[in-house]
Ligand binder design. Structure first.
Ligand SMILES: [Zn+2]
Length: 339
């Protein structure tokens, strides 16, 4: 099998890798229907996050169960499944509280930008689609559930989005755009998307944004304050992970409001005293996608949502290097890869 390996900045190779097989009795091996490039893959791709040598890439996946280990009970060969980027037993205390991405058996997935994938903790990690194999046109939206939608949904959940509430979304990448979709599904009345890119603004509006703000930093905070009678937003979704985006998110939140942050922080620092006087709830982290998967899969299968629209570039898997380049150069919002 050939798969995707990052060798260093801007150096993606599609090369021979060992075909995955069952190692633990709790494993499954999947034949992937689709995989994709994540915004978080761009951090090491750009050399902003060190890697310890050649690293197989990819953590978003859906597809058909090829083989299961002897202890696996809830998924069977032939089923179509979606799994999270973090594995979970779905039974430990953290899982029971809904924080499967802090499972005591958590492993962060990688190697998914490949035709086959080994998934540990298959029973707790994978969710089969109801009603058999989905039609092929639903595959992009089901793939989105694996991370990008699940993460946008968690941002909205962590930001305590309520029916009738005012929401700000910082970040117009795929997660931010699906944060808009998630806030809309949760009944937000006003959704302000921060974006200065025409195609992303359009998609944000399609997903439910009522307003667009192009300013950044202090100017952006001032605009949000203007738009909310000087109060600030009830819920702010931080979907970038830089110091500027985090301070923008905190600044846009009203006292007593909530910031849900899912952008992987790079160089973000807080001053305790400054935070103290802000009066905001901060909740974030790697999204417990597994908590939301059954609901999100349902919403896709019954046609309520179409999160697959964030994929504006589809390539054969062997052209994965171009998929990274297109996202790095912001020619594509998100690249879908077909094995
Ligand atoms: Zn667990």
């Amino acid at each position: 099998m050939k798969g995707t390996v990052l060798y260093g900045p801007s150096d993606i190779r599609f090369e021979d890798l060992e075909t995955p097989k069952i190692i633990e009795p709790t494993d499954a091996v999947l034949r992937l229907a689709a995989t994709c490039v994540c915004g978080s893959d761009l951090w090491p791709y750009r050399g902003l996050q060190p890697i310890g040598g050649p690293t197989p890439m990819g953590h978003e996946y859906c597809g058909f169960v090829e083989e299961v280990g002897s202890a696996v009970k809830s998924v069977k060969p032939g089923q179509f499944v979606v799994g999270s980027f973090a594995t979970s037993d779905n039974t430990c205390a953290h899982c029971q509280y809904g924080y499967q991405s802090s499972c005591i058996h958590r492993e962060f997935m990688f190697r998914a930008q490949a035709p086959f994938l080994r998934v540990p903790q298959a029973d707790g990690t994978l969710v089969p689609t109801a009603g058999g194999s989905p039609s092929d046109d639903l595959v992009p939206s089901l793939l989105a559930c694996s991370d990008v939608l699940g993460t946008g949904w968690f941002a909205a959940d962590a930001a305590n989005v309520m029916p009738g509430g005012t929401v700000v979304v910082v970040g117009d990448g795929a997660v931010g755009l699906l944060g808009v979709l998630s806030a809309k599904q949760m009944g937000a009345e006003r959704i302000i998307a921060m974006s200065r890119h025409d195609t992303r603004q359009k998609l944000a509006r399609e997903f439910g944004a009522t307003d667009i703000v192009a300013e950044r930093g202090d100017e952006a905070v001032a605009r949000i304050k203007d738009m909310t009678k000087g109060i600030g937003a009830d819920s702010v979704l931080e979907c970038v992970g830089t110091q500027e985006s985090m301070m923008q998110a905190i600044g846009a939140t009203r006292p007593g409001g909530y910031v849900g942050y899912v952008g992987v922080p790079h160089g973000v620092e807080f001053k305790g005293e400054e935070l103290f006087y802000r009066h905001v709830h901060l909740h974030g982290g790697p999204a417990p996608v597994r908590r939301f998967l059954p609901k999100l899969i349902d919403l896709v299968l019954n046609g309520t949502i179409n999160p697959g629209k964030v994929f504006d570039l589809t390539l054969p898997l062997d052209q994965v290097a171009e998929g990274y380049r297109a996202m790095d150069e912001r020619r594509a919002i998100k690249t879908l890869l077909r094995p």
